[in-house]
Ligand binder design. Structure first.
Ligand SMILES: C[S@@+](CC[C@H](N)C(=O)[O-])C[C@H]1O[C@@H](n2cnc3c(N)ncnc32)[C@H](O)[C@@H]1O
Length: 258
C-alpha cells in the first residue's frame, strides 16, 4: 500500500517526454520530406559532402540538369560542344552556384562528320559570336576553349570539374573518346552526362543524321548509346537517362567513402 503513490508517479509521463516526442517526430518528417526526388536540402546543409554520395534521380528533361547540379552543391562544369550556347544558357540560369564553366568547341567545319551542326566556317563564326553574346551575363565564370576537345582536355586539371556534358561529335568513336579523355577530369562524386542517348537502330528509325562515320574515316554501325554503354560497363557505372525523344544520359562517378 505504501508503494502505490510512488508507482503512479513513475508511470506518469514527464512533461519533457511529452514535448520531445512530437519534436522528434517533426524533425523526422522534416528530414524525410527533404529527401524527395533526389533533393536533400536539410541533410545537404548539415553534411555538404554527403550530397556527392547520393544517387542521381534522372530528371525528366535535360533543362532540369542545372537544378540538380545546384542541389548537389557542385561548383564547376564543362560543356563539350557548345554551338550557339543554348544548353549553356539553360544550365547557367539554373545553377547560380557555378563558379567556373568551361566551354569547349572548335567552331569550325570538320571533314568526316555528317551532322546538321557541322556547318561551314562562316556559320560557325556566327555561332561563336552568338554564344559569346547570349552568355555575356556569365562572362566572369566562363573559360572558353575554341579548340578540339582532345586539345582542350590537356589544359584541364584532373578531378577539377563536378559536371561534364559531352555533346561534341556523335559518332561512336567521338563519344567514347571524349568520355574517356574527360573522365579523369571529373571530381569523385561528380556527374558526367551527354546528349542524344540514341542507339544505331533508333537513329535509323528516326531517319536522323548519319553518325556512323568516325573522324578517321572508318564507319561503324554504332552511335552515342553504344559508346556510352561500353564506356559505362568498362567503368562499372549505371547509366540513367532523361525521358525526352532525344534523351540525355547521366553517370555518377563513385566516391570511395560512399
Ligand atoms: C550538337 S552541337 C552542341 C550543342 C550544344 N551542346 C547545345 O545543346 O546547345 C555540337 C558542337 O560540337 C562541336 N564539335 C564537334 N566535334 C568537336 C570536337 N571534336 N572538338 C570540339 N568541338 C567539336 C561542333 O562545332 C558543334 O558546335
Amino acid at each position: 500500500m505504501a508503494f502505490a503513490p510512488r508507482l503512479r508517479a513513475v508511470a506518469r509521463p514527464s512533461k519533457s517526454v511529452s514535448i520531445s516526442v512530437p519534436i522528434a517526430l517533426l524533425c523526422f518528417f522534416a528530414l524525410l520530406g527533404s529527401v524527395r526526388h533526389g533533393r536533400i536540402r536539410l541533410l545537404g546543409q548539415l553534411w555538404p559532402n554527403g550530397r556527392r554520395c547520393l544517387p542521381v534521380t534522372p530528371p525528366e528533361y535535360r533543362s532540369e540538369i542545372g537544378r540538380v547540379l545546384e542541389e548537389r552543391g557542385y561548383k564547376t562544369g564543362a560543356e563539350l560542344g557548345v554551338k550557339q550556347g543554348q544548353f549553356s544558357v539553360e544550365i547557367l540560369r539554373s545553377w547560380p552556384s557555378c563558379s567556373r564553366y568551361v566551354l569547349v568547341d572548335v567552331w569550325k567545319h570538320q571533314k568526316n562528320y555528317k551532322d546538321t551542326a557541322n556547318v561551314d566556317d562562316a556559320e560557325h563564326e556566327k555561332f561563336y559570336q552568338e554564344t559569346m553574346l547570349v552568355l555575356s551575363s556569365w562572362k566572369e565564370k566562363l573559360d572558353v576553349k575554341r579548340t578540339w576537345t582532345s586539345e582542350a582536355v590537356k589544359e584541364i586539371e584532373d578531378e577539377s570539374l563536378d559536371f561534364i556534358y559531352v555533346d561534341a561529335r556523335h559518332d561512336f568513336c567521338g563519344v567514347y573518346e571524349d568520355a574517356s579523355l574527360y573522365w579523369p577530369k571529373l571530381s569523385p562524386g561528380g556527374i558526367m552526362a551527354g546528349h542524344d542517348y540514341i542507339s544505331w537502330q533508333e537513329l535509323n528509325e528516326l531517319e536522323a543524321p548519319d553518325w556512323g562515320l568516325c573522324a578517321n574515316g572508318t564507319f561503324l554501325e554504332a552511335s552515342v548509346k553504344e559508346a556510352v554503354d561500353q564506356f559505362a560497363s568498362e567503368h562499372g557505372l549505371q547509366v540513367i537517362a532523361t525521358l525526352e525523344e532525344w534523351p540525355s544520359w547521366i553517370v555518377h562517378k563513385p566516391l570511395p567513402q560512399c
